[in-house]
Design a protein around this ligand. Structure first.
Ligand code: SF4
Ligand code: SF4
Length: 106
């Protein structure tokens, strides 16, 4: 099963809406809603296009770390979901991405 589905198609790690990074860091320490989270591993294809070719050989990303402690699915900086959805349109900076699987817990 694919672990990270992602609509940020201008990220160097994205192919066919699946993430192929070696490891992904979702961040947003005191998040209360999806918009407060983001993917810290985003790399803009305009600047990092060659990295895509390297990472694709390793297969889809199955390494997901997350520092969003206010999310119901966070356990010791790991995500307990089988898969997550990352989104973002016209993204230039990593802060413009979101983890849309976020659920506020406290
Ligand atoms: S934005 Fe994050 S989750 Fe999406 S493809 Fe890039 S590194 Fe992977
Ligand atoms: S669902 Fe929650 S714990 Fe999992 S990556 Fe997203 S914000 Fe982090």
């Amino acid at each position: 099963m694919v672990k990270i589905n992602c609509q940020v198609t201008n990220c160097s790690h994205n192919k066919s809406s699946i993430c192929y990074a070696n490891c992904v860091d979702i961040v947003g320490s005191s998040a209360k809603k999806n918009d407060d989270t983001c993917c810290g591993s985003f790399l803009n294809k305009i600047h990092y296009s060659e990295l895509t070719n390297n990472t694709l050989r390793l297969g889809a990303c199955d390494c997901l770390k997350c520092t969003v402690e206010t999310c119901a699915f966070n356990n010791n900086h790991l995500c307990t979901l089988d898969n997550i959805q990352v989104n973002g349109e016209n993204v230039e900076y990593h802060t413009q991405t979101d983890c849309d699987s976020f659920k506020f817990s406290r």
